[in-house]
Design a protein around this ligand. Sequence first.
Ligand code: DC
Length: 225
Amino acid sequence: MNSELQDAVAIDGPAGSGKSSVAKRIADAKGFLYVDTGAMYRAVALKAMRLGVDMEDPAAMLRVAETSEIGFDQTGTRILLDGEDVSSDIRSPEVAKQVKCAARVPEIRALMVTLQQAMVNTRPVVMEGRDITTVVLPRARWKFFLTASPEARATRRHTEMLAAGRDVSLQDILDDINHRDASDYQVGPMKDARDRALAGDGIVYLDTSDLSPDEVVAAILDSMN
Ligand code: DC
């Protein structure tokens, strides 16, 4: 087995940790391809919803995943489902609610992991998700677990939504984040990434509660030099 390190940045972390915007900025700064793996699970869920598949049936969900073509455009910023750009559609609240029906099926995960691992063969990547540091790219040269307190994440999202003219209560956002954390830490692979990071097992644990996005990006770029 080849045990060499890969030129890749692996970033895991919970919803609202700011990992997507940070990952994009790291990719830009280094000239690496940005890969959002959550978008792939969202694409499977979107297709199942469009087809009217029983989302609670893992075998039916797997058939959807197996018969779909999921990938990214050249820039890595647009997700393609059977050739169609579904980058906006996968961000709907309905997809956000149902995506766990795809992400919790082990065979679907195996399929996505294979696709994700193949992306590293062509060029250096910054890949973000929940299992990148542990399952997808355990040999990545740079590995990070990015998090922030639920309150800090809720406050950030609240500020963003107010700026976008959407009047949502801070408490509702906090409830949503706590709900998503419970799902991520219980049914998903993220707990393993966090535990390994906390144990100092080759993954840098970065609590961004008191850091600005600029400071987080600087800290990551610094540690890559
Ligand atoms: O990061 P996101 O909110 O777009 O992720 C969507 C869902 O997919 C969320 O339920 C977590 C899950 N996910 C996962 O299980 N493994 C990944 N590598 C990425 C996302």
